[in-house]
Design a protein around this ligand. Sequence first.
Ligand SMILES: Nc1ncnc2c1ncn2[C@@H]1O[C@H](COP(=O)(O)OP(=O)(O)OP(=O)(O)O)[C@@H](O)[C@H]1O
Length: 575
Amino acid sequence: MLFVIRQMLVFLRPCRGVAVVFLFVFAIENIVISLAPLSFQFMIDYAIIPQDRGAFSLILIILSTAGLVGVCAGLASDRLLAHISAVVQRNLRARLFTGMQRLDLERYGANRTGEHVARFTVDLPAIESAMAMLMTIGLQSLIVVAFSTAVLFTLQWSMALVILAGACLIYMGPFLLGKRATTAFTAYRNDVDRMAGDVQENARGQLVIQGFSLQNEAIRRFTLGLQQLFRSHYRKNVMGASLDRLPMISLLLVNFTMIGFGSYLALTERITLGAMVAFFTIYTSMGNAVYNLTAVAPSFTGAKVSLDRILELLNQPPAKESEQIKIPQLSHCPEIAADKLIFGYPGQEPLLQGVSFTIEAGSSVAFVGPSGSGKSTLLHLIMGLRQPNGGRITIDGEDLSSLNAEAYRKCIGAVFQDSFLFRASVLDNIRIAKPEATLQDVMEAAEQADIHEFIASLPNGYDTLVSEDGGNLSGGQKQRIAIARALVRQPSLLLLDEVTSALDPISEAAVNATIQKLSGSRTVVIVTHRLEAITGVDQIFVMNEGRLMESGRHSELMNKGGLYKFMREQQTAVK
Ligand SMILES: Nc1ncnc2c1ncn2[C@@H]1O[C@H](COP(=O)(O)OP(=O)(O)OP(=O)(O)O)[C@@H](O)[C@H]1O
């Protein structure tokens, strides 16, 4: 609980001025509420029993003035709290999203997409609700308890002492259950995350699911997952209810004790009737406040779990201190060299095993080889998206790990196997690679990618909205827009991973001709299975099972009679 409160205070720092004003008005409202029961004592002992109408009017005037002040303070505190809550959530959302953008592929891939989404849809609201609880019920209860305790001690100290002992008893339950409750809440939240990931995957895979009639299988798997969620949900609810119930039982016990003890004191005339009524009224509101404080516990336990998950992301070490890293001064066409590269995905055997090569400045090269031989992984390493476990990559002689990644990648135009498009206009999808590009630049890039005519034929031309994940475009159209996006940058290094796999032969020929033209003025690295398309490149690297088997020009490799010749002949035979 203390951890949650401390973190919330950290989140509140940016709006500490408003928070202080809030505290002030909120305190006024609650002091009025805490002191109101004293009016019973004054009414009974000074107005009703002595039949004093003057005192009656005076007490009434004071009471209504205090009431008015309390109401105004309450209205003001509502607005201030709404502001604070919105500011904290806005800041947290921004920090969380920024944190996600700073993750490298390894750390990003450690969670499923649904889990990242759940941080926004489940964890942030849990923190918001706990913060609202803390700043309303929590604060209110604290103020009421503090003032009531002080007043009770002035009215009758021995009864006040009994109440204090009772309050300790009330908090005992939540204190003892704390750890087990956190475990139950964490398990539940993880299962909810898993389910969010499943639903997300199901939504993305609807074409495959419907195409293969996998609905029943999808329901079966989902139901299996639900069983686990059901169990953790049940445990979490039982814990939540126990956190609620134990204090209530303790409160009942204290109530009975107080009624007996208070009545005994009145009976033996150690307390006046007015004081006793005031005492019990204050005690009741104090009892409610103490109970409310314990009722905050379940939401705090949930918030602690959410906080852990959010802080895990926020406290990730930054990728690199960019100031200490060199801004690359890439020549127009960089030379890329790899020296004994070793790389393996986390928890797996090394995939790349001592790969060395040199790609000369301004040359065009192709990496070919069987599926899974590590070609795309190599491209990721060249881009600095993943770090080698051994060996190194140099760009124009500079170690890639010593270069400023952001500046380096700005010199690269990359087209990945998955031609991901954003939900934005075609124009913005291309221009995102170079925000300062003019419409003319974009159209030229689209022409080079052989997609200009298609875009121009759309009802809204370049302003046509691409739906989520490019759903309203064919695979080939998406691929060519992705190529245009890479070309608009006029990059000094062009990386193309299977960029013509979804193209018809005519478009493929057009795109290949463009790539051919571009090489010479920049360094071009192609990954492809289409061996026919790379006959003209300066050098071909043949990969197999994470090793570089052979390299050379097309004619050299054909003369060698190795894996390349074999693959080439296989493809020709299939045709
Ligand atoms: N993100 C990842 N996490 C774990 N393993 C991965 C990941 N990406 C790829 N792999 C594994 O690495 C191996 C090489 O994959 P990679 O995509 O580099 O091969 P490739 O030669 O480009 O294959 P293809 O020609 O089919 O695209 C594969 O066996 C794959 O299982």
